[in-house]
Structure formats: structure tokens, C-alpha cells
Design a protein around this ligand. Structure first.
Ligand SMILES: [Zn+2]
Length: 521
């Protein structure tokens, strides 16, 4: 011991954590020493660094590198979750009664905003039908996927939507087949006709209040880092200063790696210019979110073979293959990482074509969702070194979505194939897409990853939740690990996931969370 102390020059660490500590998904040590928020020694070397002023912390349970949710929408999500939450609502009659009740409960709200009705399950969704219960205020009800919305006549008027309004590129104003009048159902990019009008009636503080509340609940869920998307299709919330504000006031118990939407090729340089502008210790610009194709919930993924029962329906896409080439080349030129929303196999292939054309790549680009991947494309993803950001909770409920029918059984069977991703040694990152999946807890995320039909191994799930998330945001070797040199972001679970049955993973509880060695609660 004396020799060891001499070997370390007798340096004491600021903190020494002891217990069952995983430095990565599989490797454990009994201790880590932390100084300045960074791991400076592990094992016996760490134990030797307890000095008079060292904070010695004995951890119970099992400690991991802090968990990273690689796909969430906290800013837009916390705002809508504070309003009319309609998760699971599957009929027009239940939508109407929910809106009627909410109108009475919230007489001061300038807009009646709701979230979570299920577009795939509601027969003949109609915004105009909402007029029967609310005719004096605008109503905007976003569906659970975020890719469809119902608006009443007052809202349509406010947005200037009439029978003569053309469909925007990548979107649809659904119309009555007989009269041609808009029904008040907007799909995909058509949401952009209404959301700026809605946002104009709200200020920063009205977004900050629910965001603050949502973030305060995060340490209890075991999450230390989030890939935050400041948008959804048709909804641009590029307001990163809100996170800067929260960090300054000490109200940010989690790291926010934020992405802003890239709706057009011409925006590449202006989006890249945001790098560093609002960055702090816990807030950083991570890149641009690029919606390549439509959603699973509205059966609008971009596929290589026509949808079942059609000859020419290949789904929808916001960018052409040629535009993607341009986007990637320009992004690489200005060091802009891209996070691609790509559900269908054609969308995935188009992204890979564009990335290969620009290779070797200098940025940590990410494939989000990648629900259906052509057999030949796994090797291409692996060769490009991409991270695939997956959301196992989507796989749990996918059979109820529109895409299951539209893709057909054979094709749907090949979807959400985490086993093959693992076979090809492709780096995965794990996310919830909160609030699309409304449960935010480390135990739930781990359980869903190993509990789906084509599960990933526990090693892969833990790796995806730690180093995979870090790699996705270009922070590998800094975050998502607890080896020497890594930042001491730590999630302590009640027990090691290795010691419980897969089915019992969801019962694990979170004992503590540390950011750079600092306890968060
Ligand atoms: Zn999402």
C-alpha cells in the first residue's frame, strides 16, 4: 500500500466511489477515483487515493456509466404533455368528449392543444367535427406519432387554410373526396401550416415551465444524457437558448445534446453556424436532424417495393436521393453531424448512398429508426461506422400501426431486426422517442430492448445505452464509460441487470445519479 501511495505520488482524489462499478457494459471494478469530475484511477489504484479530504462514497447496487437516451423530444414533448394528453385515444367520439372537458377545465388557454390520439386506430379522423364542441377557440390535436394533427375551423381560419391551399411538399391537407373541402386533418409537412401560428401565441416562459418540471424528474429515471430533438415534422422549436437559461439557473440535471431540424438543403450552413453558440457545460449543439421519410404511424415510410396491395405507393420522402448527396457533402464541408430519420429500406439506402459518396466521413452521423434495412445494407452501415439509433418500445407496439398492414407480413417480419445489427457488429444507441413512448425510465428502456421479438443481448443493450449513445453524439471516450479519462457520469441501479431475469429488468430501481461526480436529485 505504501508503495502504491508513493507510486501515485501520494495524490488524494476529490472523490472515491466504491461498490460494483461497471466501467463499460461488461467490465467491473471495485472502485473509481474522481478528481475534477473525471475518473483518474480505477480499482486498487483508486482505493489508494483516499486522503483526509476525499469524499468517500460507498455505492449500493450496481453502478454504470450514465445512461443516454439517444432520441427524445423534451422541449416540444413537455409542452404538449402539460396540456390535453390523449394517449391511446382511438375513436372520434372519445376525442370529442376529451376536448369538450378540456375546454371547460382550461378557459384561459388561447389554444386547446392536445397530444397522443392514435391516428392508426381512429376511423375517419376529422378536425371539422371538433367544431361541435369548440367553435370559439382554435384547437390543435397532434397524434401520438407527431406526424398527423387535427385542427378545428377556427384554427384553419387562423392559418388561412382553405380548399384552395395547395399541399406543401412532403405533406397533405386531407380533403373531403366529394366537396374537396379540407377535413381538418393535416399529415406530415402540412403541420408546418399551423404550428408557427400556434407558437406565435406562446412565449419562452410558457415553454420553460413544463420543461423545467420534466427535466427535474429525469435523475429519478436514471438518465444522464439526452439526444434532444428540438422539433418534430412541421414543428420547428429551434430555441436552444431555453436550455442555456436552465443551465445558468442550475436547473439542468442532465446533459442535453441538441439537434435542430434541417428542412431544406439550403439550411446546412445556417444550422452548422449554431455550433458553440448556446453551448455550456451540460448543453451542447450536436447536429442537424434530417427527416428523410415519413412515419411508421401514418404508413409513410419510404420503401423500395410498393406498399401491400398497391403498384405505385412507395411511401413519402422529404428529400430526394440527389438532394441527400448535396446535404451530406455540404454538411461534411462545415463539420455538421447529421441525424437521419429513416424508417423504410429505400430511405436507409438513400442515406447510405449519400454517405458513401462523401466518405471518408469526418462527422458522427446517425441513422435513426432504420426499421427496415435491406439485407445488403447491413455491411454498408458497418463499413461506414455509423451508429444506428433504435427505439425498442416502437417495436413493442408496431404491430398495431398502419405500417404492419401496408408493408405486409413478409416485409414486416424483417423489421426491427436488432439481432442482425448485432451480428454485423454495428454500434447501436438506445432511445425512447419520448413522448411518443411516454415511459421514461432506465429499467423500462433496458427491459424493452431485450424483451422484443428480435431482442438484442444484454451486453448490446447496455453498450447501446452507454457508449453507443456517447458515440452517437461524438463523445465516445468522454461519456458513456467510467475508465480512466472518462467523465464521472454515473447511474446506480438497485441491482446488476446481469443478476436478474430479463423479464424482471423493469423492476430495477434507480438509486442515484451523478453528473461529473455531482449527485443529482
Ligand atoms: Zn422522434
Amino acid at each position: 500500500m505504501l508503495l502504491l501511495m508513493l507510486a501515485c505520488g501520494g495524490d488524494a482524489a476529490e472523490q472515491v466511489f466504491t461498490g460494483e462499478i461497471f466501467t463499460d457494459a461488461e467490465t467491473t471494478t471495485g472502485a473509481i477515483a474522481v478528481t475534477g469530475g473525471v475518473v483518474v484511477a480505477i480499482g486498487a489504484d483508486a482505493e489508494a487515493m483516499v486522503g483526509d479530504d476525499t469524499e468517500a462514497i460507498a455505492l449500493s447496487g450496481a453502478a454504470f456509466p450514465g445512461f443516454h437516451d439517444a432520441h427524445a423530444h423534451f422541449l416540444p414533448g413537455s409542452f404538449v404533455m402539460e396540456r390535453l394528453v390523449m394517449l391511446g385515444t382511438s375513436s372520434m367520439s372519445s376525442i370529442l368528449s376529451a376536448v369538450e372537458d378540456y375546454a371547460e377545465e382550461a378557459p384561459e388557454e388561447p389554444w386547446l392543444i392536445g397530444f397522443g390520439w392514435v391516428n392508426a386506430l381512429v376511423e375517419d379522423p376529422s378536425g371539422v367535427a371538433l367544431d361541435a364542441v369548440v367553435s370559439d377557440r382554435p384547437v390543435l390535436l397532434v397524434d401520438s406519432s407527431g406526424h398527423a394533427a387535427l385542427i378545428n375551423s377556427v384554427a384553419m381560419e387562423a392559418a388561412g387554410i382553405t380548399a384552395d391551399t395547395p399541399d406543401p411538399v412532403g405533406g397533405e391537407i386531407v380533403r373531403d373526396p366529394e366537396t374537396g373541402a379540407p377535413t381538418g386533418l393535416l399529415l406530415e409537412e402540412a403541420l408546418s401550416l399551423i404550428t408557427p401560428v400556434t407558437l406565435a401565441d406562446y412565449d419562452d416562459e410558457q415553454f420553460l415551465a413544463p420543461l423545467r418540471e420534466q427535466l427535474a424528474a429525469l435523475p429519478a429515471s436514471g438518465i444522464t444524457s439526452v439526444s434532444e430533438i428540438l422539433a418534430s415534422p412541421g414543428l420547428d422549436l429551434t430555441w436552444p437558448w431555453l436550455y442555456e437559461t436552465l443551465e445558468r439557473s442550475g436547473e439542468l440535471p442532465v446533459r442535453i445534446h441538441y439537434y435542430v431540424p434541417l428542412f431544406s438543403t439550403d439550411d446546412v450552413e445556417s444550422v452548422a453556424a449554431l455550433a458553440g453558440v448556446y453551448d455550456g457545460d451540460r448543453v451542447r449543439f450536436a447536429g442537424a436532424k434530417v427527416w428523410v421519410d415519413g412515419s411508421m404511424g401514418t404508413a409513410q415510410s419510404w420503401v423500395s417495393e410498393p406498399m401491400e396491395g398497391t403498384h405505385d405507393d412507395y411511401g413519402s420522402h422529404y428529400f430526394t436521393a440527389e438532394q441527400l448527396l448535396d446535404v451530406v457533402a455540404r454538411a461534411e464541408a462545415v463539420d455538421l453531424p447529421l441525424k437521419f430519420h429513416a424508417n423504410g429500406d429505400a430511405a436507409v439506402a438513400a442515406v447510405l448512398d449519400a454517405l458513401e459518396a462523401a466518405a471518408p466521413l469526418g462527422q458522427p452521423h446517425v441513422l435513426d429508426h432504420a426499421v427496415l434495412i435491406d439485407e445488403a445494407d447491413y455491411a454498408r452501415i458497418s463499413a461506414l461506422g455509423l451508429t444506428v439509433s433504435v427505439q425498442p418500445p416502437h417495436a413493442l407496439v408496431a404491430a398495431f400501426g398502419d405500417s404492419a398492414d401496408a408493408w405486409g407480413a413478409e416485409r414486416f417480419d424483417r423489421a426491427y431486426d436488432y439481432t442482425t445489427l448485432e451480428d454485423y457488429d454495428i454500434a447501436m444507441a438506445l432511445g425512447t422517442d419520448w413522448p411518443v413512448w411516454p415511459t421514461l425510465h432506465a429499467a423500462n428502456s433496458l427491459w424493452s430492448a431485450v424483451g422484443v421479438e428480435q431482442p438484442m443481448s444484454l451486453t448490446a443493450a447496455l453498450r447501446a445505452y452507454t457508449e453507443g449513445g456517447a458515440q452517437a453524439v461524438g463523445q465516445d471516450g468522454v461519456l458513456g464509460c467510467l475508465a480512466v479519462g472518462c467523465t464521472a457520469d454515473i447511474t446506480v441501479l438497485s441491482a446488476s441487470p446481469w443478476d436478474v431475469e430479463a423479464s424482471a429488468l423493469s423492476e430495477l430501481t434507480v438509486e442515484a445519479v451523478y453528473l461529473a461526480g455531482e449527485a443529482q436529485d
